[in-house]
Design a binder for this molecule. Structure first.
Ligand SMILES: Nc1nc2c(c(=O)[nH]1)N[C@H]1C(S)=C(S)[C@@H](COP(=O)(O)OP(=O)(O)OC[C@H]3O[C@@H](n4cnc5c(=O)[nH]c(N)nc54)[C@H](O)[C@@H]3O)O[C@H]1N2
Ligand SMILES: Nc1nc2c(c(=O)[nH]1)N[C@H]1C(S)=C(S)[C@@H](COP(=O)(O)OP(=O)(O)OC[C@H]3O[C@@H](n4cnc5c(=O)[nH]c(N)nc54)[C@H](O)[C@@H]3O)O[C@H]1N2
Ligand code: SF4
Ligand SMILES: [Mo]
Length: 720
């Protein structure tokens, strides 16, 4: 007799944390469904979440640790032995070269697992190694640095639920579940957007692709890739020119003289100039500026598209300038809708916090970049590994990430993987990166862990409690990511310190013990979150307090370097000019990033149900471009940047702007050719050069709006 039961949990394939009911047969998951009566998700899940049971039956799942053999193959090894060996090798590397030689890279898999990042960071503090890296510094690092430099509003942005207008620049929550400041994350985005639009919310979308979000827009500015700084400067100019900004708010909270300096800097960005440069209609630009400034509450925010294009810090600065000019912030007496239950009680006053200036963490050995908030910039890590000298990284622990597939600059990443003395990967799949590993530790998957959602805690659009216990028993020799660090720390005889104190030594504590130590000063006790998971707890919503009488922080809208950069941008004919080797006659296209519903970065292709939906990462192109290149659906194209090239499979897409090619990242193999492109896709990170055209503040490489040439090629290239 099969025992059948259904247990409640939440999905952790992506950050969105959709609640799920998991049907278990003899304790094994067989079916995942949404939770219809959930107050904010209302039954929503996506195809990835519904495929979770396949992760458990996938014959490729790594559920026991693996060790590299002398002949380059793999053998199973028990975790205690693997941990002894790894710890001994780390000890030797630290003794000889110092702790900086040991690095961690925490990727998206680590971020969807609350204890993973805090414990890995605690490990680095304990051994005294500053070499801690995450995917956040190749995602949207400028969000943090721009806020630090300009100043931020302590009470936070307006709520999505009562916004009159949303200005969405280069993100697509209908597929990605991402929207800056909260709102549309996974939480039933289609129905939620329909409802908000019926309530009168206006939507302006800036995207070179007519995305699932753009299709719902009141105004879609189908901008040329990489021209967002120009477009944003144009919006600001219209707003200042027509006095649509909140003059009273600016008088009080903007540094004196900065509005005037900003006026001067954006003055050349007339609607006619901007429209011509961005390939949009000047009337639409003016209408969009009026629409954004017109409402009383709204949000301007951007996503990964423009954050990976040239001038990302300037782009973020201008986006936030729009929010300041139009006062898109919560005021005294307002209620903060996002929950932040896991954070300590915030002050939440209606005043400016900061500014705090440039990142001032430890110096990287490359490009004069610096760390921030305990992290070093990921775009330098491959070079930190491959380049000999003092401070060279010799051992890397990959904590739920996939550098070979995801890091910008595949040439340098492969070089780094080859030159590591020790590579340890924690992943349940034999990824492109694991192929280079010395040890692969088998992690417990989401349903096998107790957890809370660290990202969504700040982004749920209502104060919503979310916690899950483990609901499936592991069957192999698996360790939760944090346990790998704790076990190595035991062997190195160091103690891991968390906000609530040290993680006990000796007997390994449980996930819940560690969650209690991480969130010991959460403003809503974890016991309440555990008990009331799945409920909206308005009684815990924060009310915004008035400003301190002597609040002295003022927004710096006219930062000198950014105002200068606006002058440079004006002198460019295209933002691609920031890349050396760009030739307008050759690189006539721009390759832009996108997400696929069926995949999460490199995750998905290993499961047959998801692979069927997207067998390759198609090069989506406008029909006009395909006709002029003589390319048909499914035929091959060679796409070449000033740095590298790939072979892609063309797919007709009228939603993509002419001149753009829309392609998902983190596909392909580990080689420099694309013989298997029809089966495994091709890596766009081969086109990316971290040394060319990068952001000087964050190191962000150009990972979208990459200038490329495109030519038709025959299938014979695959054989060669
Ligand atoms: N050209 C280009 N490059 C990009 C981007 C782009 O848009 N364009 N996007 C960038 C962005 S935003 C990011 S965040 C990075 C992504 O960078 P990464 O996070 O390095 O890439 P992922 O493929 O998401 O790797 C996550 C890994 O975690 C594993 N995993 C899943 N669940 C678990 C688990 O429970 N435990 C453990 N230990 N592992 C697990 C998965 O199998 C997968 O291999 O890529 C960046 N690279
Ligand atoms: N299904 C799914 N969900 C995911 C992921 C996934 O791989 N699959 N990845 C997760 C991760 S790691 C992240 S960081 C988030 C990212 O979440 P989002 O930022 O929403 O990512 P995308 O859906 O790629 O949206 C980026 C948009 O930018 C546009 N774009 C590209 N270049 C430019 C440009 O130069 N200017 C402008 N204005 N737009 C441009 C693209 O056309 C695209 O529509 O998604 C997360 N969620
Ligand atoms: S949107 Fe994200 S969290 Fe929700 S079901 Fe899909 S993968 Fe899971
Ligand atoms: Mo990301």
């Amino acid at each position: 007799m099969t025992t059948i039961e259904t247990r409640r949990s939440f999905c952790r394939i992506c950050h969105a944390a959709c609640p799920i009911d998991v049907e278990l047969h003899d304790g094994r998951p067989v079916k995942v469904s949404g939770v219809d009566d959930d107050p904010i998700f209302k039954g929503y899940t996506c195809v990835k979440g519904r495929q979770i049971p396949d992760q458990f039956t996938d014959p490729g799942r790594i559920d026991n640790p693996l060790r590299r053999t002398a002949d380059g193959g793999w053998e199973q090894v028990d975790s205690a032995t693997a941990l002894d060996e790894v710890a001994a090798r780390l000890r030797a590397i630290i003794d000889e070269h110092g702790p900086r030689a040991v690095a961690t890279y925490t990727g998206t898999g680590g971020y969807q697992n609350a204890p993973s990042h805090p414990v890995a960071m605690a490990f680095h503090r304990a051994i005294g190694s500053l070499s801690y890296y995450t995917s956040v510094t190749i995602d949207q690092p400028m969000k943090r640095t721009a806020a630090m430099r300009m100043g931020m509003w302590e009470a936070g942005p307006n709520n999505f639920n009562d916004a009159d207008v949303l200005l969405a620049i280069g993100y697509n929550p209908m597929v990605s579940s991402f929207s800056p400041n909260g709102g549309l994350q996974g939480t039933d985005p289609f129905a939620t957007l329909r409802r908000r639009k019926a309530e009168g919310m206006k939507l302006v979308v800036v995207d070179p692709r007519r995305t699932e979000l753009a299709a719902q827009a009141d105004i879609h500015l189908q901008v040329r890739p990489g021209e967002d700084p120009t477009l944003l400067a144009g919006l600001i100019r219209v707003i200042l020119d027509e006095d649509l900004h909140d003059a009273e708010f600016c008088e009080q909270w903007v540094e004196p003289g900065h509005i005037d300096a900003l006026r001067v800097a954006v003055d050349p960005y007339t609607p006619v100039y901007v429209a011509d440069r961005c390939g949009i209609d000047a009337d639409d630009l003016v209408a969009a500026a009026r629409m954004f400034a017109g409402g009383t509450r709204g949000i301007a925010g951007n996503g990964t598209g423009p954050s990976m294009a040239p001038h990302p810090s300037l782009m973020e600065h201008l986006t936030q300038t729009l929010n300041v000019l139009c006062n898109r912030f919560l005021q005294a007496g307002d209620t903060v809708h996002t929950s932040s239950f896991l954070q300590p009680e915030p002050p939440a006053r209606a005043q400016v916090l900061g500014p705090f200036g440039l990142p001032n963490g430890p110096e990287s050995r490359f490009r004069g970049l610096r760390g921030i908030g305990g992290e070093m910039p990921c775009t330098t890590l491959a070079q930190e590994i491959a380049t000999p000298g003092d401070g060279q990284v010799r051992a890397l622990i990959v904590n739920g990430g996939n550098p070979v597939a995801a890091w910008p600059d595949m040439v340098r990443t492969l070089e780094a993987m080859e030159s590591l003395e020790l590579l340890v990967v924690i992943d349940h799949r034999m990824t492109q990166t694991a192929e280079f590993a010395d040890y692969v530790f088998a992690p417990r998957l989401a349903l096998e862990r107790a957890d809370v959602p660290p990202f969504m805690d700040r982004w749920f659009r209502e104060p919503y409690a979310c916690y899950t216990p483990a609901i499936v028993e592991p069957t192999g020799d698996q360790l939760n990511d944090w346990e790998v660090y704790w076990e190595i720390a035991e062997r190195l005889d160091v103690t891991l310190e968390l906000p609530g104190g040290p993680i006990p030594r000796g007997d390994r504590p449980s996930d819940d013990d560690v969650l209690d130590l991480i969130y010991y000063n959460s403003r809503v006790p974890l016991s309440v979150i555990r008990e009331r998971s799945g409920e909206v707890l308005w009684e815990y919503a924060i009310e915004v307090k008035p400003a301190d009488p002597d609040a002295s922080g003022r927004f710096l809208l006219a930062l000198e370097d950014h105002m200068e950069e606006l002058g440079q941008v004006y002198n460019e004919s295209t933002s691609a000019e920031v890349m050396a080797g760009f030739d307008p006659a050759v690189h006539r296209f721009r390759l832009i990033s996108r997400r696929l519903k069926s995949h999460l970065n490199s995750l998905g292709g290993e499961l047959a149900g998801l692979r069927r939906k997207n067998p390759t990462n198609y090069a989506y192109m406008n029909p006009e471009d395909m006709a002029s290149l003589g390319v048909d659906d499914e035929s091959l194209v060679r796409i070449a940047s000033p740095y590298g090239s790939l072979i892609g499979v063309a797919k007709m897409a009228p939603d993509v702007r002419a001149g753009a090619i829309s392609m998902a990242h983190s596909w392909g193999g580990t080689t420099m050719d694309d013989g298997g492109v029809r089966e495994v896709g091709a890596p766009t990170n081969r086109l990316i050069d971290v040394e060319n055209g990068y952001c000087h503040i964050t190191g962000q490489a150009i990972q979208s709006s990459i200038p490329v040439s495109v030519e038709a090629v025959s299938d014979e290239v695959l054989a060669s």
